[in-house]
Design a protein around this ligand. Structure first.
Ligand SMILES: [Zn+2]
Ligand SMILES: [Zn+2]
Length: 178
């Protein structure tokens, strides 16, 4: 009669434990002879594999978090600074050059240096409704139209408001005409 069939659960458990202890003792003895046996012992391989897998999982999660943070960070970083297309014009009457610039929305450092004449005379420009030219808005009316309307100022002698020497030349009218 095989002992396993008649054995009670207690006996079987004891037998099992005894065999486990015996196996463990034998394993310890073998390990002393050959330390590399530890890498060939299944429970240890399972345990190490488990630890490595958990480590990899944590690593992947950390990496993913890092990537997400980096991605969102870079998105913030790459967000373009708000710029505006600004028409500008040189206020120098001898230049009056106009240009289109991309300036930061909050740009306040007026006036800008003029690329044409070199003067610090570039201001925001306005489109003249008459001649469709951009001109420096701070400079009053459109200088192009003003220049066309009024001929260039020359040093003309001032016309006297009234004829000179009126008292001497004219005098009282004669009472009777000849
Ligand atoms: Zn200029
Ligand atoms: Zn004009």
């Amino acid at each position: 009669m095989p002992p396993k069939l008649t054995a009670t659960w207690r006996e079987r458990l004891t037998d099992h434990a005894q065999r486990a202890v015996a196996d463990y003792s034998r394993w310890r003895a073998d390990l002393r002879d050959d330390p590399t046996l530890v890498w060939r012992t299944r429970p240890i391989i399972f345990a190490i594999t488990g630890i490595v897998l958990i480590g990899i999982a944590f690593g992947i999660q950390a990496l993913a978090n890092h990537w997400v943070a980096a991605a969102s960070g870079s998105r913030v970083f790459e967000k373009p600074t708000p710029t505006a297309t600004v028409y500008v014009a040189c206020a120098n009457p001898n230049c009056l050059d106009a240009a289109v610039l991309q300036l930061p929305m909050n740009f306040r450092a007026w006036p800008l240096p003029c690329a044409t004449c070199g003067g610090a005379s570039v201001h925001r420009a306005e489109l003249c409704k008459s001649c469709r030219t951009w001109y420096a808005a701070s400079q009053g009316p459109c200088p192009h139209c003003t220049a066309k309307a009024a001929p260039p100022k020359t040093l003309t002698p001032r016309k006297p408001s009234k004829p000179g020497d009126s008292e001497d030349g004219w005098g009282p009218l004669p009472d009777s005409a000849p």
